[in-house]
Design a protein around this ligand. Sequence first.
Ligand code: GDP
Length: 446
Amino acid sequence: MRGDSDPIAAVATAGGKGGIGVVRISGRDIQAVISGIIGRVPVPRAATMATFRDAAGVPIDRGLALYFPAPHSYTGEHVLELHGHGGPVVLNLLLQRAIELGCRPAAPGEFTQRAFLNDKLDLAQAEGVADLIDATSARAARAAMRSLDGAFSREIAVLRDRLVELRALIEATLDFPEEEIDFLERAQAATRLESIKAALAAVQERSRQGARLRAGFTVVLAGRPNVGKSSLLNLLAGEEAAIVTAVPGTTRDAVERSIMIDGMVVNVIDTAGLRETTDQVEAIGIARTRREIARADLVLHVVEAGCALPEDRAAAAGIPAAIPRLTIHNKIDMTGETAGVDGDSVRLSALSGDGIAGLRTELLRRSGLEGAGEDVIISRERHLNALNQAATAIDAAAMHLDPAHTALELAAEELRLAQQAFNLITGEFGADDLLGEIFGRFCIGK
Ligand code: GDP
């Protein structure tokens, strides 16, 4: 077992009142803590009714105790869960009792960190745990659950194993040239590399979609007063009953709303909320919103169909030019134009709803999630970076395998770098399985 294993304790359920509340304890040696609270060590992995007592033996609560002896627990250490009544005071008394008996309060994520250090989860799975808890849509939750189950890690492992195998062949060719074994039929090596690259490209695409699914798609709503921005937002939000909770913070509530389009969270920042202010708190909120606008994915610039005013340009001028734009020509019910999407412009009526479906599809398309299957990979920046690193190294390796200027050492080195990049994702470092791979495949002692 690696890492610290001093006993830690925390209230594992959310703050506030609830039907039940759980205090979780983990450590290499927690027998004294268990006996101190419930008087005996419960039968492993069975729900045991118990009274939880303070130092004087006075009951704090009565509930279920669950004991998971190492290594068959979430953290890989001995774990005790106390399921009591979900009140903040009673849970805090239980936590204090555990601390009195030698536990220290767990740091954020420390149980999962221990699970990782004890090889219960790899890094991508551990991140899946956090993503499942943080999921803002059912679709993101399903994707996080797949990562937690190890689906992403397994895909990475398959890619990495294929690379290792290819690298073993290349190294064998370098190490035993006198055997004149053409381990490396070059054309075949290149084909294999090409196929790994194609598989990686598919993973990259699904990861990009998953990164978008995880972070949501941020849209800025701009336009002069009365063009129909609020009407449009309400219509978009109302189309699907599930309106995601507003982002907390008083000022931001006024300017940002999250809506759902086909299971994707779209954060809409309404620039109407960005007024000049002397209120310091509001000013901080507005400055933060402006920073978010600078990072937004798309601007929806709303204008009145058939009526371009100088104020329209002024309204859009405050939005950074670098952000892609869609011009929404609203109120087509008044001009008689037909609804539709045409390049960067959309014609619709927020009053009648005509054209709104086209806008939704266009938003999905621009988010990159249109047509995304259920196999999106919930991803973070570091995953995307690692996948890019791997792709770059694989490209370089392919170049060194080119028959015109073959440099096998360099190809092997690039494949090693690609392998390292994959290892970054699952958090496995260093282990060089290459020799085993070579000796396992060839009868060297013959
Ligand atoms: P905002 O100031 O840009 O947020 O605009 P509002 O959404 O408050 O709309 C301003 C006015 O335009 C309201 O009276 C709306 O009912 C009206 N409006 C909004 N969209 C349409 C539309 O598509 N057609 C028509 N005829 N009126 C609209």
